[in-house]
Design a protein around this ligand. Structure first.
Ligand code: HEC
Length: 121
């Protein structure tokens, strides 16, 4: 049964890869247009941290202004669990990253793409 399942699964993956667009291209498309704000807007290429905002905040104790920044981290080395957790969380810690409603198939392609950023093109 397990063997049959994994056989069917690999067949399915092959089908996607051999279809009119590759999994990589499909992932790249989702990265730019994931039915919401494109990942590319904040993470840019995804291979290094991007400062998306800087602001100053008063430290409650010292009363001094301290500079803070919001950084969209590099995501090309993120492990699958972290990726899924982030994509399925309705509020991420920064309260910056939007919530997305992607199917598992879309998430797999998107993950495949971000893991391969910089290895092609
Ligand atoms: C509006 C800006 C913004 C957009 C758009 C955005 N992100 Fe993020 N993302 C962030 C910020 C800021 C963080 C770090 C703080 C946090 O985890 O919320 C982050 C964190 C992450 C992380 C966790 C990285 C780690 O090492 O924990 C992943 C994975 C991720 N983003 C993937 C994506 C993907 C995929 C998309 C598109 C579907 C996307 N992000 C769109 C701002 C953004």
């Amino acid at each position: 049964m397990v063997i049959l399942m994994s056989y069917l699964f690999s067949q399915q993956l092959q089908q996607i890869d051999n279809s009119f667009i590759t999994r990589f291209e499909y992932g790249a498309m989702l990265y730019e247009n994931p039915r919401g704000v494109g990942c590319v807007k904040c993470h840019e290429k995804g291979d290094k941290p991007v400062t998306i905002a800087k602001y100053k905040e008063k430290d409650k104790k010292t009363k001094k202004l301290i500079e803070k920044q919001i950084i969209a981290p590099a995501i090309n080395n993120v492990d699958f669990n972290t990726f899924i957790e982030k994509m399925k969380a309705d509020k991420t810690e920064s309260k910056i990253m939007p919530t997305y409603f992607l199917t598992n198939e879309e998430l797999k392609s998107l993950y495949y793409y971000i893991k391969n950023i910089g290895t092609r093109k």
